[in-house]
Design a protein around this ligand. Structure first.
Ligand code: SF4
Length: 312
């Protein structure tokens, strides 16, 4: 499968089948904490970067296998980059809803929500998870490194409009990076922006996975809790996996693991959680793959992450 990945146990959504609309890193941002590598195509231009028909065909192929499709809790539209840059996104969401009736979630950086066409195309989704890392221009530029065509004020206005128009859930994610967007004036600007946007939830995250730039450092749990208390609305911290009940571990499969690592570096326990693989066997297999040179090991914040030898 070229566009579908999973199902994986998502931190927020349950058993999620991911649909990746872009195959080359294409984004209007180039965030310092990005897990999928540096931005190759830095743009605000919307187009059909990958054939919509091919994506729909993969979805139909999955749905023809009832054993695979039935347990899926949610379909999550994401991308190696920003999925709303893809002009087929509305059709893809509607197709999944019509064929499965299951919830569709969209992960977006929110940078195109000022556009009416993008807001309209997302209407068929059930959950939209946009980001807003900073409401101050200087910090926003430092953390998200937007393309020239991006305007922070437009983003905040677009988010507020979207929240008013959308009948599903909007969970606003804020990624906090130490000494970049966690200062008192950043938090004050965020407070005002969140009041304007009025999302259903605010989800605070920090750099728990290996970031693109090594200077992107995480906040402590204590700092996150403190800042969560300063933001308005329903605020939650999403910096770790929600535990699921594992009644049937699977034996780990190298091919599935290598495919997952193409998307982002993971620890053995991330892999085990996401793919429902038995933890100790997974750990052993990861060591074997590292010994054979099929994956590279790297240390980040005291944890061992695995990645392909030639990450994109
Ligand atoms: S918006 Fe997402 S995909 Fe784009 S650079 Fe930032 S983290 Fe990476």
């Amino acid at each position: 499968m070229k566009y579908l990945f999973g199902p994986v146990n998502s931190r927020r959504l349950g058993l999620s089948m991911g649909i990746d609309l872009l195959t080359t890193k294409t984004c209007n941002f180039d965030c310092i904490y990005c897990e999928v590598g540096g931005t190759t195509i830095h743009t605000c231009e919307r187009k059909e970067y990958t054939p919509t028909a091919e994506i729909l065909a993969e979805i139909d192929e999955l749905l023809s296998n009832e054993d695979l499709a039935k347990p899926i809790d949610v379909y999550t539209i994401t991308a190696m980059g920003e999925p709303t840059l893809h002009t087929g996104i509305g059709e893809i969401i509607r197709h999944i809803k019509e064929k499965t009736g299951k919830p569709v979630a969209v992960l977006t950086n929110g940078g195109l929500l000022h556009r009416q066409d993008v807001r309209r195309e997302l209407q068929a989704a059930d959950i939209v998870i946009p980001s807003l890392d900073s409401a101050r221009a200087a910090s926003f530029r430092k953390i998200d490194r937007p393309a020239q065509c991006v305007d922070l004020e437009e983003i905040i206005t677009g988010l507020a409009l979207f929240c008013r128009e959308f009948s599903g859930q909007v969970w606003l994610e804020v990624m906090l990076v130490k000494n970049i967007n966690d200062q008192p004036r950043d938090i004050e600007a965020l407070q005002q922006a969140i009041r304007r946007i009025n999302p259903d939830r605010v989800q605070l995250n920090t750099v728990v996975r290996p970031p693109l730039e090594s200077f992107a450092a995480p906040l402590s749990q204590e700092d996150l809790t403190h800042l969560a208390g300063q933001l308005p609305g329903k605020v939650e911290i999403i910096a770790s996996f929600a535990k699921r009940e594992h009644d049937s571990w699977r034996s780990p499969e190298a091919a599935e693991i290598l495919e997952m690592l193409q998307r982002r570096p993971c620890t053995a326990s991330d892999i085990s959680e996401a793919l429902n693989f038995e933890p100790s066997q997974t750990k052993r297999l990861m060591e074997e793959l590292a010994d054979q040179g099929q994956v590279l090991k790297m240390l980040h914040q005291g944890k061992t992450y695995y990645q392909p030898p030639h990450p994109h």
